[in-house]
Unconditional design. Structure first.
Lengths: 124, 146
């Protein structure tokens, strides 16, 4: 076996972390989507079946988890637009770092609007 | 270890074409999904007075009384599931080394996607608010034939 050469650990800085976050949020959203299609399908079974399952979304713990879900979706959405600009805009690759900061600022602004609203709904 | 037996043999144009289309699909569906999902979250989670607590059978029946929301939810279902499945396919291809595991997982992903697209589309297109005997209390204009 050849020995591992030193100093080859990839350090992609912000661009790499945006890629890692895009993957993790994408996988999380995917598995929620599978569950969400199945729970919505219960409207075709009976109002009771649908209402009893949707009631679990109204609990405190799932209400808080929804903040994570919305956070993942918003990050994936804005970073997805950033990826699109990196791929199709002439200066996209040059400004990818700045665009990542814009993604984070947009994310913080929208979450600052959503989180209090959601907390009011959960505990109100 | 991955052994590339004939690295200088010509690559399949067909496979490359498919990958390019999948790559383009991710970007174009992504743009639509950004708008669709923000609308979806606003209308169902943020704007209603009690947020998620307002969602029940009556809420869905009220929305799906309008063809607009049926088409909206149908397009969201198709685009989100195809976008998500293709993303998972790329991740599986990145992290699996043995070909049979990759193939098994990829086939599973597409079977799940096809099943849920058929199920979801049928649910939207054949939805019947009249299975709720109290439907007239929230959709008074609805005409249910016995």
């Amino acid at each position: 076996m050849p020995s591992r050469p030193a100093g080859t650990l990839y350090r992609g800085k912000l661009g790499m972390w945006s890629w890692v976050l895009h993957r993790i949020t994408g996988v999380g959203i995917y598995f929620f989507l599978l569950v969400h299609i199945l729970d919505t399908a219960l409207v075709r079974v009976s109002p009771e079946a649908y209402n009893s399952v949707v009631a679990s979304y109204k609990t405190t713990i799932i209400g808080l988890a929804e903040i994570g879900l919305v956070g993942a979706i918003l990050f994936h959405a804005f970073n997805g637009i950033r990826i699109l600009l990196v791929d199709f805009w002439r200066k996209g690759a040059k400004y990818q770092n700045q665009m990542f900061w814009i993604v984070l600022v947009l994310w913080v602004v929208l979450m600052a609007g959503f989180v209090p609203r959601q907390l009011m709904h959960i505990f109100g | 270890m991955v052994v590339i037996e004939t690295p200088n043999s010509p690559r399949s144009r067909k496979g490359a074409q498919w990958e390019k289309r999948a790559w383009l699909f991710m970007r174009f569906s992504g743009v639509f999904l950004v708008f669709l999902i923000i609308g979806h979250l606003s209308v169902n989670l943020v704007l209603p007075e009690h947020g998620v607590k307002a969602i029940d059978f009556a809420f869905v029946a009220g929305k799906w009384a309008s063809p607009f929301w049926k088409v909206y939810d149908g397009v969201l279902l198709w685009l989100a599931l195809l976008h998500g499945t293709n993303g998972m396919r790329v991740i599986v291809a990145d992290y699996t080394e043995r070909l049979w595991i990759r193939k098994a997982l990829t086939i599973t992903l597409w079977v799940v996607a096809a099943t849920l697209i058929v199920l979801g589309t049928l649910v939207i297109t054949t939805f019947d608010p009249c299975i709720d005997p109290n439907v007239h209390s929230y959709l008074p204009d609805l005409n249910c034939h016995a």
